[in-house]
Design a protein around this ligand. Structure first.
Ligand code: BTN
Length: 324
């Protein structure tokens, strides 16, 4: 059940260009005018800037820069992504919530955000440091009508979305390190974890988890990762609004996803390769049986790594340890 407070914010948000009278609010929310006034005072305490004029009513002027369903929704211009927002101040992992919600039928485009994760998950069972209020910890539920084998394309698409958005925030060009780390100045600033629930040829749902280091100083990054990780704050020398970043990422994601569904993978592949770390350069590859040098050529339709070995043969790699 939506709270009166959330309904009130939504009414104010929908009427941000004009004043909405206390009487109208009281009729719509079925509470007294003095209760409306008390709610307004509470919202102001939380950092909402509300203008109240006698004979005219109330108007919302600005939102606080803290994460909530309302602050993310305010100004989010999308058709389907983020229409359903779940926000937690603290949770184990937004991936856990996303799986529960998806199993219970959550709509395509539902997002889960948290200020803090106590058991943030990275790829290959690694943990993901998710300090309170310092980064963007986001999971997106998708129900794409594509074959399960195409799912890695959505991870590659997400990486290009992050690279595009980060590029608009800082002076350095972001690079994507295969399969899906986003680097700024050769240090990791974001990672993507894609998890899928599928049958042989149908996807039930996909959860795309994105972790983006936003406002950590070097000392606020865990010691374990400090030498290889960075944040937007470290790179831009200023604090950035996590709310604004979420909105930018969701809007860019929706556009890119819609184009992908319409036109297929080629545009994404091209864009990914334009950000690809060490494309055209020599890398060292370790597999269970082998250890060799090769030139990194790009990515395949299925997300595999395309390499050229020293004997001139072209090979696809799905999993390997790479010495970049
Ligand atoms: C990686 O590079 O290993 C992937 C990291 C993915 C982290 C994000 S943060 C939001 C979502 N919730 C999680 O527990 N993990 C993903």
């Amino acid at each position: 059940m939506e709270s009166t407070r959330n309904k009130l914010i939504q009414l104010l948000a929908a009427n941000s260009e004009q004043y909405i009278s206390g009487q109208l609010l009281s009729d719509q929310l079925k509470i007294s005018r003095s209760a409306i006034w008390k709610h307004m005072k509470e919202l102001e305490k939380d950092g909402y800037q509300i203008e109240g004029k006698s004979n005219k009513g109330y108007r919302i002027i600005s939102y606080p820069d803290k994460l909530s369903e309302n602050t993310v929704r305010w100004g989010l211009e999308t058709d389907w992504i983020g229409k359903n927002i779940i926000h937690k101040e603290s949770t184990t992992s937004t991936q856990h919530i996303a799986h529960d919600e998806a199993r219970n039928g959550a709509a395509h485009g539902t997002i889960i955000i948290a200020d803090e994760q106590t058991k943030g998950k990275g790829r290959m069972n690694r943990s993901w440091f998710s300090t309170k209020g310092k980064g963007m910890w986001l999971s997106i539920i998708l129900r794409p009508e594509i074959a399960p084998q195409q799912a890695p394309q959505l991870t590659l698409l997400t990486a290009t979305v992050l690279a595009d958005v980060l590029q608009s925030y800082c002076n350095v060009k972001p690079l994507i390190k295969w399969p899906n780390d986003i680097l700024l100045n050769n240090k990791k600033t974001a990672g993507i974890l894609t998890e899928m629930q599928a049958e042989q040829d149908i996807i039930n749902y996909i959860v795309i988890g994105i972790g983006l280091n936003v406002n950590q100083s070097t000392l606020e990054l865990s010691e374990e990762i400090r030498h290889k990780a960075t944040s937007l704050y470290i790179e831009t020398e200023k604090e950035n609004s996590i709310n604004a970043l979420i909105q930018e990422i969701l809007m860019t994601f929706e556009k890119s996803y819609d184009q992908y569904i319409k036109n297929g993978f080629p545009d994404i592949k091209q864009k990914w390769e334009s950000y690809g770390f060490k494309i055209g350069e020599e890398i060292t590859i370790k597999t269970i049986k082998d250890h060799f040098h090769a030139t990194f050529l790009g990515i395949e339709e299925d997300g595999a790594l395309r390499i050229k070995r020293t004997d001139g043969s072209i090979q696809r790699l799905y999993s390997a340890e790479i010495d970049w």
